[in-house]
Structures are given as C-alpha cells and as structure tokens.
Write a protein that binds this ligand. Structure first.
Ligand code: UDP
Length: 232
C-alpha cells in the first residue's frame, strides 16, 4: 500500500478507491510535543478497537464521521477528507492545559461544557485560538465554526453518557474535522490517547496521563477502558 502520511501514532495509506484511506494504528506513544516517546506494545490494537467502537456509536447516533469499518487489529477504513488544522477540545472537568492556563484546580467541574480551539501547527506548539483567529487564518467560515462547535457538544453528550454507563468519567477530549465535498465530518481517532477518562468511583486515571506523568502501566488503563465499553 502507498503511504500518504505518517504521524506520531498512525500511518495513513491510500487505497484502490480514491475516496477511501486506511488508518494504521502504531504502538508509539508520545507526549509533550513528542519530547517524551516510547513504544507501548499493543497500544495500536487497543486504540483502533476503542476508536472503531466509538465511531460506530457516533455514526449510529447520526454524527457524520469518516469511519467506514474496522479492517483488522490495527487498520481502519475511512473516508478521505481534507484535514482542517484545528483541534477542538471539549471539557467537562478541569484538567491538563486549562489548569495551568487559568489557574484552575484539577477536578473542578466545567458546566456547561467548554469548547476550545487549538491551531494544529507543530512548529507553533498548537496554540489556543479563538473563533476570530480561525476566520482570520481562513481555516473555517463563521457558519462552519458554529457547526463544528455544535457537533463537538453533541459528541460530548453521546460519549459522556456512554462512558458513564460503563462507570467512566469523560473529563475532556480532542476532536479533529475534515472536509468531504461540501460537508465537514469528524475524522482522526477517539481513544484514551485523545480523551481523559477517569474511573467513576476511584477517579483512577485510565488515559494518556498515565504515560505523561508516569502514573502506572499505560496499557493497564487502556485495557480497562476497552474491557468496560465492549459489549458490557
Ligand atoms: N489532546 C490531544 N492531542 C493534543 C492535545 C490534546 O489528543 O495534541 C487531548 C488530551 O489528551 C486531552 C484533551 O485533548 O484529553 C485536552 O488536552 P489539554 O489541552 O489539557 O492538553 P494536555 O495537557 O493534555 O497537553
């Protein structure tokens, strides 16, 4: 297969069909602008499984996503889109960068949920931007920003409820979007690499913060998430 692009956690391959791509999930874990890096056995397998399951849930709930089907342990078939260089973060509870930025204590509830935009640009370290920056940079039009924000909040409601049913708290997560013709759809992955997930009872962190801050075995957390959400 011809490689189109290789990122930190995934490889993107072209397929026979010009409208479709294959995402291959690697075992590489990175944090802090990839200054921290490690190979974590089976992370790609677990993240592909979790992402596929969550995208299926979102597709069934009427959210337009790039997900077509899971092809193998590490591969997902998706619609080809033109990536929009904006990361959309939704927060239900304060954690991570917002605590540092605004001096909030970790664990403080954020109600109503907050939507933030970050400019996806490695050399600038993905700065926080607002709607007017997005318009000024020509990344999206005003109505598109509104649409993306409303989709992000809908995704939050669907995923928050789903995770809670499995005794997991969705603290925050990052989404990416792409253009498919006139439409803007959800792309990339949704996994413990891109979400903060806490055990509802013990508040144990089961996401990438385990890797960021050496809180314990990464895969133990990710596998716990998968075990709970799969056909439980
Ligand atoms: N996130 C991500 N990719 C990024 C930045 C953030 O998936 O490049 C996710 C992160 O895992 C968390 C949420 O987005 O679930 C909010 O991240 P935050 O802004 O707190 O940054 P962090 O402190 O995680 O770097």
């Amino acid at each position: 297969m011809q490689k189109l692009y290789e990122g930190k956690a995934k490889v993107v391959y072209l397929t026979q069909d010009p409208d479709k791509l294959i995402l291959y999930f690697k075992d590489t874990a990175t944090a802090f602008d990839a200054t921290k890096k490690a190979e974590v056995q089976d992370k790609g397998v677990v993240n592909n499984t979790i992402s596929s399951l969550l995208f299926e849930l979102l597709n069934m709930s009427g959210i337009r996503t790039h997900f077509i089907q899971k092809l193998s342990d590490r591969e997902m078939l998706v619609w080809k889109t033109e990536r929009i260089d904006v990361e959309v973060v939704v927060r239900n509870i304060a954690a991570g960068s917002i605590c540092k930025r605004l001096g909030l204590e970790e664990g403080k509830p954020i109600d109503p949920p907050l939507v933030e935009f970050f400019y996806k640009k490695d050399e600038l370290h993905d700065p926080l931007i607002c709607k007017d920056h997005i318009l000024m940079l020509g990344l999206m039009k005003e109505e598109e920003v509104k649409h993306v924000k409303s989709v992000a909040l809908k995704v939050n409601e669907i995923l928050r409820k789903f995770f809670l049913e499995h005794r997991l708290i969705l603290v925050d997560f990052k989404l990416e979007f792409g253009r498919k013709g006139e439409e803007i759809i959800l792309i990339d992955e949704i996994s413990p690499d891109t979400c903060r997930l806490w055990d509802a009872e013990t508040k144990e962190k089961l996401d990438k913060d385990r890797f960021r801050f050496d809180l314990g075995d990464l895969m133990e957390g990710y596998k716990k998430v998968l075990e709970r959400i799969k056909n439980e």
